[in-house]
Design a protein around this ligand. Structure first.
Ligand code: AMP
Length: 443
């Protein structure tokens, strides 16, 4: 089978590495990819928003399956364009991608199909939104309805902060994405990311992860696209996974089918696990980045067969096999990120890091110039390692990070701290986290 991956980040490099392991793979292409993915897949200069050009390329090269990494092309209808041309796509249709493309749609959907989530209201004008805020008080959460590259959410501790967020969204801070605003109650508990695959009919529990969104150690400073992650999430025990499938994922897959917009692809549920059980914070309709790096590092099955079955709406024939090791990834970002990152510095020592046992250096924003690898973006590398515990994966990942010489970069030194503290508190028990045990048993 010939496969085209759409995207340019660490997630797409991880997808390329996992797909490459399948004995069914013919040619692997990636558009536009990066310097790391270029060693596994042929790089193609295609613009993800130019659906006609992607369809033409697929026809010309005999592509059997397109795997879409990021959300924007899915929300814009790339899967529909490919389907119309008879090309299978792993990633939902435009109608099903609204689960991520419109927070208001996702909340109304949860209400209709009984998916537990924070109480909320939708607003199209600022006066009504401000009146609601005054009635509810703080803390409270304000969200731009549309895609805002992860920046359209304000968790407001005070009413003044909440009012400022509402005013700035209606004043156009997020463009059309903020023309509608969702205001919802603050959820309390521990966050986890959960990934389920679906062929439109069935839902398959895939894996869990936890990420670190804040730029600085101790989870301080502004939000980013993600500075690191680990898998599995210790809080996603076998019992909690079963509950999330029953209460959140399965009603969603059934609801989408009932609406006539079956969901095919990976459903990424951002969860808050509180005292009264799991609640949905938000849906994404693709793998997370950097969560994909850790989840796919642990996956040992035939990803191509699995994604292809989901894309074609047939019951997945591939069984899920995961390493019972934990995976942890540390993101190396260019100084200045998440503001304007410095560009172009040379990165050395990559071969030394890659040669270490159980280490994968995922490229996010890099480009090759002659024999040199240069930084080319905000998040530049995701250095990933496996280990018998999150603590061991953390030690290996940081040993690899320390082998890399990149004066223009910075990274957090504490990725995985919560899970490592959890492991230390349970030294008397086996080194495997409960989540890893649950995932390997399920596999
Ligand atoms: P989202 O883009 O909806 O995932 O929101 C980004 C982050 O904001 C989440 O990862 C949470 O940390 C936080 N967040 C969003 N909604 C809520 C909520 N209702 N209660 C608490 N935290 C939230």
């Amino acid at each position: 089978m010939n496969v085209l991956i759409i995207g340019s980040g660490g997630r797409e490099h991880a997808l390329a590495l996992a797909l490459e392991k399948s004995s069914r793979l013919g040619q692997l292409f990636i558009a536009p990819g990066n310097a790391g993915s270029a060693s596994v897949a042929e790089t193609v200069a295609l613009d993800a928003s130019d659906h006609a050009a992607i369809v033409a390329f697929c026809k010309g090269e005999g592509i059997d399956l397109v795997v879409v990494g990021p959300e924007a092309p899915l929300v814009a209808g790339l899967a529909d364009g490919l389907a119309a041309a008879g090309i299978a796509c792993f990633g939902p249709s435009k109608a099903a991608a609204r689960l991520e493309g419109s927070k208001g749609f996702a909340k109304d959907f949860c209400r209709e199909f009984g998916v537990p989530t924070a109480a909320y209201e939708r607003f199209r004008d600022s006066d009504a939104a401000l009146a609601y805020l005054n009635a509810k008080g703080a803390p409270i959460v304000i969200k731009a309805d549309g895609l805002a590259a992860g920046k359209g959410v304000v968790v407001a501790a005070t009413l003044a902060e909440a009012e400022a967020a509402v005013r700035s969204m209606f004043a156009g801070a997020f463009g059309a994405a903020g023309a509608e605003v969702v205001i919802e109650d603050l959820l309390e508990g521990e966050e986890a990311s959960f990934f389920a695959l679906s062929d439109g009919e069935r839902a398959l529990a895939f894996a869990s992860a936890q990420d670190h969104k804040r730029v600085g150690d101790g989870d301080k400073g502004p939000n980013t696209g993600g500075m690191g992650a680990y898998s599995p999430a210790p809080i996603m025990t076998e019992a909690m996974t079963a509950r999330v499938m029953r209460e959140i994922v399965e009603p969603t897959i059934a609801g989408m089918r009932k609406r006539g917009t079956p969901f095919r692809g990976v459903l990424f549920a951002g969860l808050m696990i509180g005292a009264d059980g799991p609640k949905l914070i938000e849906y994404n309709v693709r793998f997370g980045d950097p969560e994909a790096e850790v989840v796919l590092a642990r996956f040992e099955g035939d990803l191509l067969t699995l994604l292809n079955d989901c894309a074609r709406g047939v019951a997945p024939s591939e069984t899920l096999r995961f390493s019972n090791k934990a995976a942890l990834t540390v993101v190396l970002a260019a100084k200045g990120y998440p503001g304007t990152p410095a560009r172009g510095g040379e990165i050395r020592g990559l071969a030394r890091a890659e040669a270490m046992a159980d280490v994968i250096v995922h490229h996010c924003g890099t480009r090759r110039e002659g024999g040199r690898i240069l930084a080319n973006g905000g998040r530049v590398l995701a250095v990933t390692a496996l280990g018998g515990s999150v603590g061991e994966a953390q030690r290996r990942a940081y040993a690899a990070v320390d082998a890399i010489d990149w004066p223009d970069g910075f990274w957090r030194r504490d990725i995985g701290w919560r899970a490592v503290a959890h492991e230390r508190a349970r030294v008397a028990t086996p080194p495997l986290s409960e989540g890893a045990a649950a995932e390997s048993r399920r596999a």
